[in-house]
Write a protein that binds this ligand. Sequence first.
Ligand SMILES: [Mg+2]
Length: 264
Amino acid sequence: MRVLALDFDGVVCNSAREVFTAAVHTYGCLDPSSRVVQATLTHARPFATELDLSSAPAFTDFTQLMPLGNRAEDYGVALRAMDLGLALPDQGAYDDFYRSFDPSWLQRFHAAFYEVRDRLRADHLESWLALHAGYPPFPSFLERAAARCRLAVATARDAASLDVLLVHLGVAALIPQKSRLDKETGVHKTDHLSALAHRLGVPFDQITFVDDKVNHLERVAPLGVRPVLAGWGHNTPREHARATALGFEVAQLDALDAVLLDGV
Ligand SMILES: [Mg+2]
């Protein structure tokens, strides 16, 4: 049976508001004088909650940079770029800027981000869950897909929040525990898909992998999996065009079965 492996954030779960909120709080811990952090928290204050910061103007800029990153530390890179007023229009410009960072700062941001996320989830579970939404009609598609193929999740997210969010989105029963590959699996999605192929005993050419980041698809394509860009996720027309130029299919929510289940 073929495998449909799914990235989580931006494919199964719209988590952009939560990511921005956790990232701003994390960045504020490392750089309390940050212009973007101060402006965002000031904007949120009249609403008497700092749990959802996505109404701040900086959220829009952040969502433009999100598709160019890979893991939690990239949120810090994006916020630094915004603080400096840098324009990073494409992957090359972003990667050059990323390489200018001290690796120890990136490690600190990565660790602090998950501490902040854990604290938000533990202290404000219901409000934290409310920052996440599904992508209608993706859950009903997953029900149909589960009858045709094996479903898996390959994510840079931590296992604890993945598990609680799969329940929150009503799809936990469709994704077996052994097919949930979280951030501990490795740095890149090649690690996740290699582990998945091994665990399930399937060759790469039996795996379709859906991610909302083109840079992830570029990395995994040489394995021999079928890479598909999620056209609904944390990405922009810039990523859709790049995926098409690279020969990757772009799936849309109104035609999921035709692209993802055809031939499965
Ligand atoms: Mg994603």
